[in-house]
Design a protein. Structure first.
Length: 201
């Protein structure tokens, strides 16, 4: 997925998944030539070349990145519900329920507004990434009342909530076009977590 978002950065940057790296340009105004070189020699290259005008760093293994579509110019539905979801979710993360305070303190949860991700009729749309997932989880028809369950079950628990499930981005072990069921996706996400625990155990 390639979308504009509200990353908090003084310099142009990109989060790249499922590689889980952050690429930051060293200049506030990279030239067109640098952008083209970055795309050709790093972004879409089989073997990324070292470039002296970018810095590449791993995204923390404790991070959770949540992107909410708030693209009002494309469709007012995402513009309205997206902004509400971002605001409510940031407040929830900053002041979580008592039973989640300690758990969330161990996570670096960031909520970003982003541009079009497709399917405004499913507003609110949300894409979530965690380093221990092999791809992002894409939800639709998310309302304010759904946020507590999404934080508990998906963001922290790694389980897919079927009524919101739209697919995985970008393609990891499955392709969204394969129409994998939410149950199968949830089983896969739990398998990945078990594999990671086994590798680090």
């Amino acid at each position: 997925m390639y979308t504009k978002s509200s990353h908090h950065s003084n310099l142009p940057c990109l989060h790249i998944y499922p590689d889980n790296v952050k690429v930051t340009f060293t200049s506030a105004n990279p030239s067109l030539e640098q952008i083209q070189r970055f795309q050709e020699q790093w972004m879409f290259a089989a073997e990324p070349a070292p470039l002296d005008f970018i810095n590449v760093q791993s995204i923390s293994s404790n991070s959770v990145h949540i992107y909410v579509c708030c693209h009002a110019e494309r469709d007012v539905r995402c513009g309205v519900i997206g902004e509400l979801l971002i605001s409510r979710l940031r407040k929830y993360i900053a002041s979580p329920p008592v039973d989640l305070v300690e758990i969330l303190q161990g996570k670096e949860v960031e909520v970003f507004g982003c541009s079009h991700v497709g399917g405004h009729k499913y507003a609110g749309n949300m894409v979530m990434y965690r380093p221990d997932w092999k791809q992002g989880v894409w939800y639709g028809r998310v309302l304010l009342d759904d946020l507590d369950a999404i934080v508990r079950e998906t963001i922290l628990g790694g389980k897919i909530i079927e009524k919101h499930w739209r697919g995985g981005l970008p393609s990891g072990d499955w392709d969204p076009k394969e129409k994998i069921s939410a149950k199968e996706a949830s089983e896969k996400s739990l398998e990945w977590q078990e594999e990671k625990c086994a590798c680090h155990g």
